[in-house]
Design a protein around this ligand. Structure first.
Ligand code: PLP
Length: 375
């Protein structure tokens, strides 16, 4: 089976697997225990925190380990709901992942305003600038890279705009980290990250906060993470996450992504030759090198069949819609981009990992041609 659904979750990379196995063998202790086995576990956990902070260019005490980006989103809005002036409006990009939208809605309700995006799937900076001028906003939340389209978002500009206006900025970098350099992301006030999209293990992530004063934990019942998140830390997950990240950052520095991006480009070019009515979402703007969201032509029938047929031919890809309890719902991202429900229902998301080859992209193309010819 060829796996091309890394934006859902990526296979564990070798560096992460080795670090996880080493961790369970060598560091069995609880980092909070006072004996030497506990202290050793605590020491490696703190070193991992330093490594992550160095990569993001922030301080280690600004990192809180969590179980993943969903928990980080809930934690950050839980905290911010207690500190942001209740009169202020909350601006959340219409492109956000459901974990950001739902937790922001839970804590801020009707104060939530959605930031529109351009037809290319980029958050509308001019809109944000104009609204911030009104001086009644308390928070802006915008992701770094979109999980459906791969479109990169102007997080640095947004952080600067928010900083100039004294407005908190929350950035979900789940799909960016481990694919593009994380350097500088630590400058965002609040940053969400997760290990399992780029080759780390599932069940580990982090929330980066601006500094001291994080006094409103979501989980209580223990002193872990300096009282900011109760519960025994997932040490094998942490060490495995940081090992995966080190591996990915080295590949990013060596520009290995250029060749991988080339495989994606070649696939898209060839696909448009054989299916000229297909559309590549977000292709006229900067995207993650691994993601291709394709709207297939009308005659190709609904996307469910493509996904199922590709699965039968040995390819795991994803639809462009949110799927809950087996019910397909139009993607809110594609809707925000002005893509009609009919076109959105024909969207297919292909997302590779660092380990996928050009040959796999070529074989996927052949499978798609085979399906389209069979009708
Ligand atoms: N944010 C984005 C952009 C995502 O793509 C995902 C997962 O699909 C999440 C958050 C949730 O991450 P986790 O699985 O770590 O809770």
């Amino acid at each position: 089976m060829t796996y091309l659904d890394a934006n859902a979750t990526a296979p564990l990379c070798e560096a992460a697997r080795k670090a996880w196995l080493d961790a369970v063998d060598q560091f069995p202790g609880n980092p909070s225990s006072l004996h030497r086995i506990g202290s050793r576990a605590d020491a490696v956990m703190e070193r991992a925190r330093e490594d992550l902070a160095t990569m993001l260019k922030c301080h280690a005490d600004q990192i809180i380990w969590t179980s993943g980006a969903t928990e980080s989103a809930n934690l950050v809005f839980h905290h911010l709901s207690a500190v942001i002036d209740p009169e202020r409006q909350i601006l959340v990009s219409a492109l956000e992942h459901p974990c950001v939208v739902a937790s922001a809605r839970r804590y801020f309700g009707s104060r939530l305003q959605f930031i529109p995006c351009t037809p290319h799937g980029v958050v509308d900076l001019a809109w944000v600038e104009k609204v911030l001028e009104q001086k009644n906003s308390g928070l802006v939340a915008s992701m770094a890279a979109n999980n459906e389209t791969g479109v990169l978002q102007p997080w640095l500009t947004l952080q600067q705009l928010c900083q100039a206006k004294g407005v908190a900025f929350v950035c979900d970098a789940t799909q960016w980290i481990g694919r593009n350099s994380g350097a500088g992301l630590g400058g965002c006030d609040y940053l969400l990250g997760s290990a399992h999209k780029m080759g780390g293990p599932k069940g580990i992530g982090f929330l980066k906060i601006p500094g001291p004063g994080f006094t409103n934990p979501l989980q209580v019942g223990g002193p872990q993470e300096s009282g900011r998140r109760a519960g025994t830390e997932n040490l094998p997950g942490i060490l495995s996450f940081v090992a995966a990240l080190a591996d990915r950052e080295a590949r990013i520095a060596a520009e290995e992504w250029r060749a991988l991006s080339g495989h994606r480009e070649a696939f898209e070019r060839a696909l448009l030759e054989v299916l000229p009515d297909a559309e590549i979402v977000g292709c006229s703007t900067n995207r993650l090198w691994n993601t291709s969201m394709v709207i297939l032509p009308e005659l190709a029938d609904c996307q469910q069949r493509w996904v199922v047929k590709l699965d039968r031919l040995g390819f795991a890809v994803s639809t462009g819609s949110a799927c809950s309890s087996g019910q397909e719902k139009t993607s809110s991202v594609l809707q925000a981009m002005g893509i009609s429900p009919d076109r959105a229902s024909r969207a297919l998301r292909i997302s590779s990992s660092w380990e996928n080859s050009g040959e796999e992209w070529r074989q996927l193309l052949q499978a798609m041609v085979q399906i389209s010819r069979a009708g």
